[in-house]
Design a protein around this ligand. Structure first.
Ligand SMILES: [Zn+2]
Length: 317
């Protein structure tokens, strides 16, 4: 049996035909912001999904259903976009489930992208075989998903797992969400870059300017043993661990998977998170806890959406 997986992000929509085992047979990617969202993303999806199916000679009747991973606050019960954190025009209110099922006469499930990535890692990635998982993606912001007893935690409407937005400092910096001291303001790659920019004038090195600073350069400097950058990295990792300690105590997971560009840094990042976390959580909580980097990269959302679809259908049948 085959499924259509759709991963809708802020810049592109990805398609894949996915088997019951999670194998991706064909894929395609289309821009969704080619005219600054004047064409609503959902219109682009309705059009380009048909183009994708035509291009590979697959008809909707051959498919069992459609699983959608989507950016924004997604009401998974209704399958609509209920809120948009950043400013994507014409996206809030999009009736993803209704429009896609009308066009293809297939069942459709829609879940937030962070939650899909968590499910993807549980199905086929480094959280495979684990029942209680915290998945965290570190990039320009911090996203994630929480799996409790094999099920993604959706909350009342599907918004749960916004782990970038619990506060670790009530006196902290303002966040776009309206709160103060949100975790992603300290634990994102953006935060790391800002922290490094602050110490840059203290480093005698004319090789680069503030504008050159990015995640990769920071880790390259750390590998060279630049002491001030290493110190900043260490402080930043404490912030990352800060949030994880709370999540471990609340959810008692057996697995934490960390994704995003920085997660490829095994020794300088993943290993350090593991050891700092181990020092800071209550001893009973670390007995069966593993900390790994995410394995699926940018395919996690696509397969995670299909895994959710399969789980829902098993429950219903
Ligand atoms: Zn926030």
């Amino acid at each position: 049996m085959r499924y259509l997986g759709i991963d809708i992000g802020g810049t592109a929509v990805k398609y894949g035909i996915v088997t019951e085992q999670g194998e991706i047979l064909s894929t395609a990617e289309y821009s969704v912001n080619y005219d600054q969202y004047e064409t609503p993303i959902l219109d682009t999806v309705l059009k380009t999904s048909q183009e994708f199916l035509d291009s590979i000679g697959v008809e909707a009747v051959e498919l069992k259903g459609i699983g959608v991973s989507a950016t924004g606050q997604i009401d998974s019960i209704l399958g609509i976009v209920d809120g948009v954190g950043n400013s994507i025009k014409n996206w809030k209110g999009a009736k993803i489930k209704e429009e896609l099922s009308k066009q293809y006469h297939l069942p459709v499930e829609v879940v937030n992208d962070g939650n899909c990535a968590a499910l993807g890692e549980k199905w086929l990635g480094n959280a495979r075989g684990h029942k209680n998982v915290i998945a965290i993606t570190i990039g320009t912001g911090v996203g994630g998903g929480i799996i409790v007893n094999d099920q993604i935690l959706l909350g009342n409407q599907g918004f749960a797992g916004e782990i970038g937005h619990f506060s670790i400092d009530y006196k902290g910096v303002n966040c776009a969400c309206g709160n103060r001291g949100c975790y992603e303001r300290y634990a994102s790659t953006t935060a790391l870059i800002n922290m490094v920019k602050e110490v840059l004038p203290l480093i005698n090195d004319s090789e680069f300017t503030k504008e050159d600073i990015n995640g990769k350069l920071i880790f390259d400097l750390c590998k060279r043993g630049e002491p001030r950058i290493l110190k900043v990295l260490d402080e930043w990792i404490e912030y990352v661990v800060d949030g994880l300690v709370s999540l471990v105590h609340i959810f008692n997971p057996d697995c934490i998977v960390i994704g995003g560009g920085v997660s490829v840094q095994q020794e300088l990042f993943i290993d350090k998170v593991r050891s700092k976390l181990s020092n800071r959580v209550m001893s009973n909580f670390k007995k069966s806890l593993i900390v790994e980097r995410a394995a699926l990269g940018n395919q996690a959302g696509l397969v995670g959406a299909i895994y959710y679809f399969i789980q829902q259908n098993e429950k219903d049948s």
